[in-house]
Design a protein around this ligand. Structure first.
Ligand SMILES: NC(=O)c1ccc[n+]([C@@H]2O[C@H](COP(=O)([O-])OP(=O)(O)OC[C@H]3O[C@@H](n4cnc5c(N)ncnc54)[C@H](OP(=O)(O)O)[C@@H]3O)[C@@H](O)[C@H]2O)c1
Ligand SMILES: [Zn+2]
Ligand SMILES: [Zn+2]
Length: 379
Protein backbone atom coordinates (compact mmCIF):
# COMPACT_ATOMS: atom_id res chain seq x y z
CA UNK A 1 0.00 0.00 0.00
CA UNK A 2 0.98 3.57 -0.50
CA UNK A 3 1.97 5.81 2.40
CA UNK A 4 -1.61 6.91 3.09
CA UNK A 5 -4.53 5.65 5.13
CA UNK A 6 -6.85 5.57 2.14
CA UNK A 7 -6.91 3.21 -0.81
CA UNK A 8 -6.73 4.27 -4.46
CA UNK A 9 -9.48 2.47 -6.33
CA UNK A 10 -11.14 3.20 -9.64
CA UNK A 11 -12.77 1.91 -12.78
CA UNK A 12 -10.15 0.25 -14.97
CA UNK A 13 -10.21 -0.28 -18.71
CA UNK A 14 -8.63 -3.73 -19.02
CA UNK A 15 -8.77 -3.83 -22.82
CA UNK A 16 -10.19 -2.11 -25.91
CA UNK A 17 -13.66 -3.62 -25.34
CA UNK A 18 -13.96 -1.70 -22.04
CA UNK A 19 -15.98 1.01 -23.79
CA UNK A 20 -18.73 -1.53 -24.46
CA UNK A 21 -19.51 -1.30 -20.74
CA UNK A 22 -16.74 -3.53 -19.39
CA UNK A 23 -14.84 -1.26 -17.02
CA UNK A 24 -13.94 -3.09 -13.78
CA UNK A 25 -13.43 -1.64 -10.29
CA UNK A 26 -9.94 -2.38 -8.92
CA UNK A 27 -7.34 -1.16 -6.47
CA UNK A 28 -4.04 0.22 -7.71
CA UNK A 29 -0.81 1.77 -6.57
CA UNK A 30 -0.83 5.55 -7.13
CA UNK A 31 2.09 7.74 -8.10
CA UNK A 32 4.73 7.74 -5.39
CA UNK A 33 4.30 10.78 -3.14
CA UNK A 34 7.14 13.07 -4.32
CA UNK A 35 9.82 13.51 -1.68
CA UNK A 36 12.09 16.46 -1.01
CA UNK A 37 15.03 15.62 -3.18
CA UNK A 38 17.30 18.60 -2.63
CA UNK A 39 19.42 17.87 -5.71
CA UNK A 40 16.54 18.80 -7.92
CA UNK A 41 14.64 21.95 -7.12
CA UNK A 42 11.57 20.94 -9.10
CA UNK A 43 11.15 17.70 -7.27
CA UNK A 44 10.64 19.64 -4.05
CA UNK A 45 7.12 20.41 -5.21
CA UNK A 46 5.12 17.74 -3.48
CA UNK A 47 2.24 16.09 -5.21
CA UNK A 48 -1.29 16.76 -4.06
CA UNK A 49 -3.73 13.97 -3.23
CA UNK A 50 -7.29 14.82 -4.05
CA UNK A 51 -10.54 13.15 -2.99
CA UNK A 52 -12.49 13.05 -6.25
CA UNK A 53 -15.98 14.53 -6.27
CA UNK A 54 -16.64 14.84 -10.03
CA UNK A 55 -15.05 13.75 -13.27
CA UNK A 56 -16.18 14.81 -16.72
CA UNK A 57 -16.18 12.27 -19.52
CA UNK A 58 -14.11 13.39 -22.51
CA UNK A 59 -14.10 11.63 -25.89
CA UNK A 60 -10.36 11.19 -25.38
CA UNK A 61 -11.17 8.79 -22.52
CA UNK A 62 -12.94 6.59 -25.07
CA UNK A 63 -10.24 6.90 -27.76
CA UNK A 64 -7.64 5.89 -25.17
CA UNK A 65 -9.56 3.15 -23.33
CA UNK A 66 -10.38 1.50 -26.68
CA UNK A 67 -6.84 1.96 -28.07
CA UNK A 68 -8.34 3.90 -30.98
CA UNK A 69 -5.26 6.09 -31.45
CA UNK A 70 -2.40 4.07 -30.00
CA UNK A 71 -1.50 0.62 -28.77
CA UNK A 72 -2.39 0.80 -25.08
CA UNK A 73 -1.25 -2.64 -23.99
CA UNK A 74 1.47 -1.20 -21.72
CA UNK A 75 -1.12 0.85 -19.82
CA UNK A 76 -3.98 -1.56 -19.15
CA UNK A 77 -5.62 -1.58 -16.69
CA UNK A 78 -6.04 2.08 -17.47
CA UNK A 79 -7.87 4.56 -15.24
CA UNK A 80 -9.10 7.29 -17.58
CA UNK A 81 -10.75 10.63 -16.73
CA UNK A 82 -9.01 14.01 -16.93
CA UNK A 83 -11.68 16.50 -16.01
CA UNK A 84 -11.33 16.04 -12.28
CA UNK A 85 -12.74 18.14 -9.47
CA UNK A 86 -12.02 17.16 -5.92
CA UNK A 87 -10.98 18.20 -2.47
CA UNK A 88 -7.36 18.40 -1.34
CA UNK A 89 -6.77 15.85 1.42
CA UNK A 90 -3.04 16.26 1.94
CA UNK A 91 -0.67 19.05 1.06
CA UNK A 92 3.01 19.38 1.84
CA UNK A 93 4.77 22.65 2.63
CA UNK A 94 6.04 23.10 -0.93
CA UNK A 95 2.76 22.97 -2.86
CA UNK A 96 2.29 25.73 -5.40
CA UNK A 97 -0.46 28.31 -5.38
CA UNK A 98 -1.06 28.11 -1.64
CA UNK A 99 -3.27 25.04 -2.00
CA UNK A 100 -4.34 23.55 1.30
CA UNK A 101 -6.39 20.71 2.73
CA UNK A 102 -10.09 21.24 2.09
CA UNK A 103 -9.65 23.36 -1.06
CA UNK A 104 -11.84 22.44 -4.04
CA UNK A 105 -9.50 22.03 -6.97
CA UNK A 106 -9.40 20.85 -10.56
CA UNK A 107 -7.03 18.82 -12.70
CA UNK A 108 -7.19 18.75 -16.47
CA UNK A 109 -5.66 16.51 -19.11
CA UNK A 110 -2.03 17.29 -18.29
CA UNK A 111 -0.51 16.56 -14.94
CA UNK A 112 3.20 17.20 -15.44
CA UNK A 113 5.89 18.60 -17.73
CA UNK A 114 9.60 19.42 -17.36
CA UNK A 115 8.83 22.91 -15.92
CA UNK A 116 12.23 24.10 -17.20
CA UNK A 117 12.12 24.51 -20.97
CA UNK A 118 11.25 27.80 -22.71
CA UNK A 119 7.66 26.67 -23.29
CA UNK A 120 7.12 25.73 -19.66
CA UNK A 121 8.68 28.98 -18.46
CA UNK A 122 6.33 31.04 -20.60
CA UNK A 123 3.23 29.21 -19.29
CA UNK A 124 2.77 27.02 -22.35
CA UNK A 125 3.35 23.76 -20.50
CA UNK A 126 1.06 21.93 -22.94
CA UNK A 127 3.80 22.36 -25.56
CA UNK A 128 6.69 21.37 -23.25
CA UNK A 129 9.84 20.39 -25.19
CA UNK A 130 9.85 17.09 -23.33
CA UNK A 131 6.17 16.46 -24.03
CA UNK A 132 3.10 16.46 -21.84
CA UNK A 133 2.65 13.95 -19.04
CA UNK A 134 -1.02 13.09 -19.47
CA UNK A 135 -3.22 12.77 -16.42
CA UNK A 136 -3.57 9.10 -17.38
CA UNK A 137 -1.70 6.67 -19.62
CA UNK A 138 1.68 8.33 -19.08
CA UNK A 139 4.80 7.66 -17.04
CA UNK A 140 5.98 10.39 -14.69
CA UNK A 141 9.57 11.53 -15.27
CA UNK A 142 10.24 14.74 -13.33
CA UNK A 143 9.04 13.40 -10.00
CA UNK A 144 8.34 9.79 -9.05
CA UNK A 145 10.04 8.57 -12.23
CA UNK A 146 8.50 5.39 -13.55
CA UNK A 147 5.10 5.80 -11.82
CA UNK A 148 2.07 5.51 -14.11
CA UNK A 149 -0.38 8.38 -14.19
CA UNK A 150 -3.97 7.45 -13.29
CA UNK A 151 -7.08 9.50 -13.97
CA UNK A 152 -10.37 10.45 -12.39
CA UNK A 153 -12.86 7.56 -12.82
CA UNK A 154 -11.72 6.79 -9.31
CA UNK A 155 -11.98 7.77 -5.67
CA UNK A 156 -8.62 9.57 -5.27
CA UNK A 157 -6.11 11.28 -7.52
CA UNK A 158 -2.52 12.23 -6.82
CA UNK A 159 -0.21 14.41 -8.87
CA UNK A 160 2.01 17.50 -9.04
CA UNK A 161 0.52 20.66 -7.57
CA UNK A 162 1.71 22.76 -10.53
CA UNK A 163 -1.13 21.27 -12.58
CA UNK A 164 -3.82 21.62 -9.91
CA UNK A 165 -5.97 24.74 -10.09
CA UNK A 166 -8.42 26.20 -7.56
CA UNK A 167 -12.09 26.09 -8.58
CA UNK A 168 -13.64 29.54 -8.04
CA UNK A 169 -16.48 29.54 -5.53
CA UNK A 170 -18.91 31.15 -8.03
CA UNK A 171 -18.84 28.03 -10.24
CA UNK A 172 -20.78 24.81 -9.70
CA UNK A 173 -17.89 22.34 -9.21
CA UNK A 174 -19.70 19.63 -11.24
CA UNK A 175 -20.09 22.03 -14.17
CA UNK A 176 -16.50 23.21 -13.81
CA UNK A 177 -15.19 19.65 -14.20
CA UNK A 178 -15.68 19.33 -17.99
CA UNK A 179 -14.18 22.77 -18.49
CA UNK A 180 -10.83 21.44 -17.30
CA UNK A 181 -10.20 19.66 -20.61
CA UNK A 182 -13.18 20.15 -22.93
CA UNK A 183 -13.64 23.79 -22.03
CA UNK A 184 -10.05 24.95 -22.12
CA UNK A 185 -9.29 23.08 -25.34
CA UNK A 186 -11.63 25.44 -27.19
CA UNK A 187 -11.24 28.49 -24.92
CA UNK A 188 -7.51 28.60 -25.61
CA UNK A 189 -7.67 28.91 -29.45
CA UNK A 190 -10.72 31.19 -29.22
CA UNK A 191 -8.63 33.61 -27.14
CA UNK A 192 -5.46 33.12 -29.16
CA UNK A 193 -7.15 33.80 -32.51
CA UNK A 194 -9.22 36.74 -31.31
CA UNK A 195 -12.81 35.45 -31.10
CA UNK A 196 -15.10 38.44 -30.78
CA UNK A 197 -12.29 40.91 -31.54
CA UNK A 198 -10.24 40.30 -34.69
CA UNK A 199 -12.33 37.19 -35.44
CA UNK A 200 -15.89 38.49 -35.49
CA UNK A 201 -17.39 35.44 -37.21
CA UNK A 202 -16.58 32.12 -35.61
CA UNK A 203 -17.61 28.65 -36.80
CA UNK A 204 -17.70 25.56 -34.62
CA UNK A 205 -17.63 22.12 -36.25
CA UNK A 206 -19.00 19.19 -34.23
CA UNK A 207 -21.50 20.03 -31.52
CA UNK A 208 -20.44 17.60 -28.83
CA UNK A 209 -18.73 18.24 -25.50
CA UNK A 210 -16.00 20.51 -26.88
CA UNK A 211 -18.24 22.00 -29.56
CA UNK A 212 -20.89 23.10 -27.11
CA UNK A 213 -18.23 24.82 -25.01
CA UNK A 214 -16.94 26.55 -28.14
CA UNK A 215 -20.42 27.90 -28.91
CA UNK A 216 -20.91 29.13 -25.34
CA UNK A 217 -17.48 30.72 -25.02
CA UNK A 218 -17.41 32.28 -28.51
CA UNK A 219 -20.81 33.84 -27.91
CA UNK A 220 -19.71 35.15 -24.51
CA UNK A 221 -16.62 36.67 -26.18
CA UNK A 222 -18.92 38.65 -28.46
CA UNK A 223 -18.53 36.69 -31.69
CA UNK A 224 -21.25 35.91 -34.23
CA UNK A 225 -21.37 32.13 -34.09
CA UNK A 226 -22.12 29.50 -36.75
CA UNK A 227 -22.71 25.90 -35.66
CA UNK A 228 -21.62 23.25 -38.18
CA UNK A 229 -22.98 19.80 -37.49
CA UNK A 230 -23.34 16.59 -39.45
CA UNK A 231 -27.10 16.44 -38.78
CA UNK A 232 -30.07 18.70 -38.08
CA UNK A 233 -30.60 17.11 -34.66
CA UNK A 234 -28.83 19.81 -32.64
CA UNK A 235 -30.09 22.94 -34.36
CA UNK A 236 -32.35 24.12 -31.53
CA UNK A 237 -29.74 23.37 -28.87
CA UNK A 238 -27.07 25.23 -30.83
CA UNK A 239 -29.32 28.27 -31.06
CA UNK A 240 -29.94 28.13 -27.32
CA UNK A 241 -26.16 28.09 -26.85
CA UNK A 242 -25.81 31.27 -28.88
CA UNK A 243 -25.36 30.19 -32.51
CA UNK A 244 -27.17 32.39 -35.01
CA UNK A 245 -26.41 30.28 -38.10
CA UNK A 246 -26.44 26.53 -38.57
CA UNK A 247 -24.83 24.50 -41.36
CA UNK A 248 -25.66 20.81 -41.76
CA UNK A 249 -23.03 18.89 -43.67
CA UNK A 250 -24.77 15.53 -43.95
CA UNK A 251 -25.66 14.76 -47.56
CA UNK A 252 -24.50 17.25 -50.18
CA UNK A 253 -21.73 19.27 -48.60
CA UNK A 254 -21.57 21.57 -51.62
CA UNK A 255 -25.20 22.57 -51.12
CA UNK A 256 -24.64 23.03 -47.40
CA UNK A 257 -21.70 25.35 -47.92
CA UNK A 258 -23.39 27.37 -50.68
CA UNK A 259 -23.97 30.94 -49.53
CA UNK A 260 -21.59 30.56 -46.57
CA UNK A 261 -18.29 30.59 -48.50
CA UNK A 262 -15.74 33.01 -47.04
CA UNK A 263 -18.07 33.95 -44.20
CA UNK A 264 -15.91 33.02 -41.19
CA UNK A 265 -12.70 34.37 -39.64
CA UNK A 266 -12.05 31.45 -37.34
CA UNK A 267 -13.18 27.82 -37.24
CA UNK A 268 -12.76 25.54 -34.26
CA UNK A 269 -13.07 21.97 -35.51
CA UNK A 270 -13.96 19.49 -32.75
CA UNK A 271 -15.38 16.65 -34.79
CA UNK A 272 -14.12 13.08 -34.46
CA UNK A 273 -15.51 12.26 -37.90
CA UNK A 274 -12.77 10.36 -39.77
CA UNK A 275 -14.39 11.35 -43.08
CA UNK A 276 -14.77 15.05 -42.40
CA UNK A 277 -14.92 17.14 -45.58
CA UNK A 278 -11.90 19.25 -44.64
CA UNK A 279 -11.40 21.05 -47.95
CA UNK A 280 -15.09 22.05 -47.97
CA UNK A 281 -14.81 23.34 -44.42
CA UNK A 282 -11.80 25.46 -45.40
CA UNK A 283 -13.91 27.16 -48.07
CA UNK A 284 -15.92 28.71 -45.24
CA UNK A 285 -12.94 30.85 -44.23
CA UNK A 286 -12.24 34.38 -45.38
CA UNK A 287 -8.69 35.07 -46.62
CA UNK A 288 -6.51 35.43 -43.54
CA UNK A 289 -8.83 33.14 -41.59
CA UNK A 290 -7.71 30.30 -39.33
CA UNK A 291 -8.92 26.72 -39.06
CA UNK A 292 -8.00 25.12 -35.74
CA UNK A 293 -8.10 21.36 -35.44
CA UNK A 294 -8.80 20.19 -31.90
CA UNK A 295 -10.84 17.04 -32.61
CA UNK A 296 -8.67 14.02 -33.23
CA UNK A 297 -10.35 11.34 -35.36
CA UNK A 298 -8.99 7.79 -35.29
CA UNK A 299 -7.27 8.03 -38.66
CA UNK A 300 -3.66 7.80 -39.79
CA UNK A 301 -3.64 10.76 -42.15
CA UNK A 302 -5.42 13.96 -43.05
CA UNK A 303 -7.31 14.32 -46.33
CA UNK A 304 -5.19 15.55 -49.26
CA UNK A 305 -5.25 19.29 -49.88
CA UNK A 306 -3.98 21.11 -52.94
CA UNK A 307 -1.27 23.78 -52.38
CA UNK A 308 -3.12 26.24 -54.64
CA UNK A 309 -6.03 26.20 -52.27
CA UNK A 310 -3.80 27.76 -49.59
CA UNK A 311 -2.02 30.08 -52.01
CA UNK A 312 -5.18 31.52 -53.53
CA UNK A 313 -7.19 31.73 -50.31
CA UNK A 314 -4.51 32.59 -47.76
CA UNK A 315 -6.09 30.44 -45.07
CA UNK A 316 -4.23 29.03 -42.07
CA UNK A 317 -4.58 25.44 -40.95
CA UNK A 318 -3.38 24.70 -37.43
CA UNK A 319 -4.08 22.65 -34.33
CA UNK A 320 -4.29 23.27 -30.62
CA UNK A 321 -3.76 21.16 -27.52
CA UNK A 322 -5.67 21.62 -24.26
CA UNK A 323 -4.49 24.65 -22.23
CA UNK A 324 -1.94 25.47 -19.55
CA UNK A 325 -2.83 25.77 -15.85
CA UNK A 326 -2.72 29.58 -16.25
CA UNK A 327 -5.13 29.36 -19.19
CA UNK A 328 -7.44 27.09 -17.21
CA UNK A 329 -7.56 29.66 -14.39
CA UNK A 330 -8.29 32.42 -16.91
CA UNK A 331 -11.12 30.33 -18.40
CA UNK A 332 -12.68 29.55 -15.02
CA UNK A 333 -12.63 33.24 -14.17
CA UNK A 334 -14.18 34.08 -17.57
CA UNK A 335 -16.86 31.40 -17.13
CA UNK A 336 -17.80 32.82 -13.73
CA UNK A 337 -17.76 36.43 -14.92
CA UNK A 338 -19.88 35.66 -18.01
CA UNK A 339 -22.15 33.09 -16.40
CA UNK A 340 -21.15 30.38 -18.90
CA UNK A 341 -23.22 27.32 -18.02
CA UNK A 342 -22.26 23.99 -19.57
CA UNK A 343 -24.98 21.48 -20.43
CA UNK A 344 -24.14 18.49 -18.29
CA UNK A 345 -25.78 15.25 -17.24
CA UNK A 346 -24.65 13.63 -14.01
CA UNK A 347 -24.14 9.89 -13.56
CA UNK A 348 -23.22 8.16 -10.31
CA UNK A 349 -19.61 6.98 -10.54
CA UNK A 350 -20.79 3.39 -10.26
CA UNK A 351 -22.74 3.81 -13.52
CA UNK A 352 -19.61 4.14 -15.65
CA UNK A 353 -20.65 1.09 -17.63
CA UNK A 354 -23.90 2.84 -18.58
CA UNK A 355 -22.43 6.28 -19.26
CA UNK A 356 -19.49 5.22 -21.45
CA UNK A 357 -21.50 3.22 -24.04
CA UNK A 358 -24.08 6.01 -24.11
CA UNK A 359 -21.39 8.59 -24.84
CA UNK A 360 -19.87 6.27 -27.44
CA UNK A 361 -23.27 6.11 -29.13
CA UNK A 362 -23.28 9.92 -29.41
CA UNK A 363 -26.12 10.37 -26.93
CA UNK A 364 -24.46 12.92 -24.62
CA UNK A 365 -26.13 16.36 -24.59
CA UNK A 366 -23.51 17.58 -24.10
CA UNK A 367 -21.14 16.40 -21.39
CA UNK A 368 -21.48 13.54 -18.93
CA UNK A 369 -20.09 14.07 -15.45
CA UNK A 370 -19.43 11.18 -13.08
CA UNK A 371 -20.37 11.93 -9.48
CA UNK A 372 -18.62 10.30 -6.55
CA UNK A 373 -21.39 10.41 -3.94
CA UNK A 374 -19.34 8.47 -1.39
CA UNK A 375 -16.87 11.36 -1.36
CA UNK A 376 -19.56 14.04 -1.14
CA UNK A 377 -20.30 14.74 -4.83
CA UNK A 378 -23.89 15.86 -5.48
CA UNK A 379 -26.03 14.13 -8.08
N1 LIG B 1 -6.90 18.95 -28.97
C1 LIG B 1 -7.04 18.60 -27.71
O1 LIG B 1 -6.24 18.94 -26.84
C2 LIG B 1 -8.25 17.80 -27.32
C3 LIG B 1 -8.77 17.87 -26.03
C4 LIG B 1 -9.95 17.19 -25.73
C5 LIG B 1 -10.56 16.42 -26.70
N2 LIG B 1 -9.99 16.33 -27.93
C6 LIG B 1 -10.64 15.55 -29.00
O2 LIG B 1 -11.70 16.32 -29.51
C7 LIG B 1 -12.67 15.45 -30.09
C8 LIG B 1 -14.05 15.82 -29.58
O3 LIG B 1 -14.14 15.51 -28.21
P1 LIG B 1 -15.55 15.64 -27.47
O4 LIG B 1 -15.32 15.20 -26.08
O5 LIG B 1 -16.15 16.93 -27.76
O6 LIG B 1 -16.36 14.50 -28.25
P2 LIG B 1 -17.94 14.34 -28.43
O7 LIG B 1 -18.65 14.94 -27.28
O8 LIG B 1 -18.15 12.91 -28.76
O9 LIG B 1 -18.25 15.26 -29.70
C9 LIG B 1 -17.74 14.96 -30.96
C10 LIG B 1 -18.70 15.52 -32.00
O10 LIG B 1 -18.16 15.26 -33.28
C11 LIG B 1 -19.24 15.11 -34.22
N3 LIG B 1 -19.10 13.91 -35.05
C12 LIG B 1 -19.45 13.84 -36.36
N4 LIG B 1 -19.19 12.65 -36.85
C13 LIG B 1 -18.66 11.92 -35.87
C14 LIG B 1 -18.19 10.59 -35.81
N5 LIG B 1 -18.17 9.78 -36.86
N6 LIG B 1 -17.75 10.15 -34.62
C15 LIG B 1 -17.73 10.96 -33.55
N7 LIG B 1 -18.14 12.25 -33.57
C16 LIG B 1 -18.61 12.72 -34.72
C17 LIG B 1 -20.51 15.08 -33.43
O11 LIG B 1 -21.08 16.39 -33.55
P3 LIG B 1 -22.22 16.71 -34.63
O12 LIG B 1 -23.34 15.78 -34.32
O13 LIG B 1 -22.54 18.12 -34.36
O14 LIG B 1 -21.62 16.49 -35.98
C18 LIG B 1 -20.05 14.82 -32.01
O15 LIG B 1 -20.95 15.36 -31.08
C19 LIG B 1 -12.22 14.04 -29.73
O16 LIG B 1 -11.52 13.49 -30.83
C20 LIG B 1 -11.29 14.26 -28.56
O17 LIG B 1 -10.36 13.24 -28.40
C21 LIG B 1 -8.87 17.01 -28.26
ZN1 LIG C 1 -10.10 15.57 -22.73
ZN1 LIG D 1 8.99 21.89 -20.53
Amino acid sequence: MSNTDYKFEGWGAFGPDSIEGKFKWFEYEPKEFADDDLDEVDSRRPTVPVKILYCGMCATDLHMASAGWFDMSAFYPLVVGHEIVGEVVRAGPMVEGGLKVGDIVGIGAQSDSCLKCARCREHKEEYCDEGQIGTYAAIYKRTSPGSKSRGGYANYWRGPSHFVVPIPSNLDPAAAAPMLCGGVTVFSPLIKYGAGTTAKDVGVIGIGGLGHFALLFAKAMGAEVTAISHSQRKVEDAKAMGATKFITTHGHVDDAIKGHERSLDLIICTTSDPNMPLSDYLRLLRPGGTFVMVGAPEVDAMPELHPFFFILNNVHLTGSAIGSPARICEMLQFAGDHNVRPWIKRFPLNEVNKAVPSMHAGEARYRYVLVNEDNGGKL
